[in-house]
Design a protein around this ligand. Structure first.
Ligand code: FAD
Ligand code: FES
Length: 277
C-alpha cells in the first residue's frame, strides 16, 4: 500500500531572494514521469520537508498553467523553514501534495477580478494572478492591491514591475506609513484604506484576498462597503496543519477540517465558521 506521508523528492532548481528572510524555491520532481504528469489547481497547498527537521505547509505559489515545476515562497520563521532556508540550488527536499480545495477560477469567466494581498499573503494570490493572466481574454478588468510594512518587505519585486508595466492590469502598491523610501512612488497607507481609495467596482466582480488575519478582517469590511457580495469574496486560511489529509485533527475549526474542505473559502463561509469574524 502507498504511504500517504511519504514525500516525493524534488530538486531545488532556482532560489529567489524576495525580501528579508523570505525566499522562493523553484522545484522540479526528480521522477521524470511525475515531472511530466503532476497537476494541481490554484489555491492548493503542499507539505514541504527539510530532511531530519520535519514538514511545513506552504501554498503552491506558481500557476497550474505553468507546467514542469512548482514554486513555493516562505518566510524563515522556525525550525523547518530555518532548515529549508539553508538549502542551496541543486539540493534535494521533500514535497507531498497537492492538497485542499481550490479557487473556482472557471466560474469567474467574464468577471472583473480584484486581488488584495498583504505581505507574505501574496504567494497564494500570485498563483491565481498568473492563472488568470495566462487566460487573460476570459476575464474583465484586473486590479491588484498589494501592500507590505516597508518597501523592502514587498515580495516578487520583479513581477510587480511587470504587472505595473502591463496595460491590462491595474496595480496599486502600498507600504505602511513610515515604511516608504525617498524614491517610493506607490501609495502610503494600510491595505484596507488603500483598497477603499482605489474603489474597484463591485458589479460583476469577484475579490481574492490573503494576508494577516487582521488585514483580512478589515479588507472584508471594506469590500462589503464597496458593494461586494460575501459569496463573491474569497480568501485562504493558514490554520496550522500537520498531516494535510484529514487524519490528525490539527487544522479543524469546529467540525470543519480546513486541510480537506479548505483552505479556500468565501467570506460568507468564513463568517459561518467564525462567529466573531
Ligand atoms: C494552507 C497553508 C498555506 C501556507 N502557505 C504559506 C506560504 O506560502 N508561505 C509561508 O511562509 N507560510 C505559509 N504558511 C504558514 C507556514 O506553514 C508556517 O509559517 C510554517 O509551517 C512555520 O514552520 P516552522 O517549522 O519553520 O515554524 P515553527 O517552528 O513551527 O513556528 C515558528 C513560528 O511560526 C508560527 N506559525 C507556525 N505555523 C503557523 C501558521 N500556520 N500560521 C501562522 N503562524 C504559524 C509559530 O506559532 C511560531 O511562532 C501556510 C500555512 C497553511 C496552513
Ligand atoms: S492537518 Fe491533519 S486533519 Fe487537517
Amino acid at each position: 500500500m502507498n504511504n500517504i506521508y511519504l514525500p516525493n523528492l524534488v530538486t531545488i532548481e532556482d532560489i529567489y531572494e524576495e525580501a528579508p528572510d523570505v525566499r522562493s524555491f523553484r522545484l522540479v520532481f526528480k521522477d521524470p514521469k511525475l515531472r511530466d504528469t503532476f497537476e494541481f489547481k490554484t489555491g492548493q497547498f503542499g507539505l514541504y520537508s527539510a530532511f531530519g527537521l520535519g514538514e511545513s505547509t506552504f501554498c503552491i505559489a506558481s500557476s497550474p498553467t505553468r507546467k514542469g515545476y512548482i514554486q513555493c515562497t516562505f518566510r524563515k520563521s522556525g525550525r523547518v523553514t530555518g532548515g529549508l532556508a539553508q538549502l542551496s540550488i541543486g539540493d534535494t527536499m521533500g514535497f507531498r501534495g497537492p492538497y485542499g480545495n481550490h479557487f473556482p477560477v472557471d466560474e469567474w469567466k467574464g468577471k472583473n477580478i480584484v486581488f488584495i494581498a498583504g505581505g507574505i499573503g501574496l504567494p497564494p494570490v500570485r498563483s491565481v494572478i498568473w492563472n488568470v493572466l495566462d487566460r487573460r481574454e476570459d476575464f474583465g478588468n484586473i486590479t491588484i492591491v498589494y501592500g507590505a510594512k516597508t518597501v523592502a518587505d514587498l515580495v516578487y519585486k520583479e513581477e510587480l514591475k511587470h504587472w505595473e508595466e502591463r496595460g491590462d492590469v491595474n496595480l496599486v502598491q502600498a507600504v505602511d506609513p513610515g515604511g516608504q523610501t525617498p524614491d517610493w512612488k506607490g501609495s502610503v497607507g494600510f491595505v484596507p484604506t488603500v483598497l477603499k481609495e482605489a474603489a474597484p467596482k463591485a458589479e460583476n466582480s469577484v475579490a481574492v484576498t490573503c494576508g494577516p488575519p487582521i488585514m483580512i478582517k478589515f479588507v472584508l469590511n471594506t469590500l462589503l462597503e464597496l458593494g461586494f457580495e460575501e459569496g463573491s469574496v474569497y480568501t485562504t486560511l493558514e490554520n496550522r496543519m500537520k498531516c494535510g489529509v484529514g487524519k490528525c485533527g490539527r487544522c479543524n475549526v469546529g467540525d470543519v477540517y480546513v486541510c480537506k474542505e479548505g483552505p479556500v473559502y468565501t467570506a460568507a463561509e468564513i463568517k459561518r465558521m467564525y462567529n466573531d469574524f
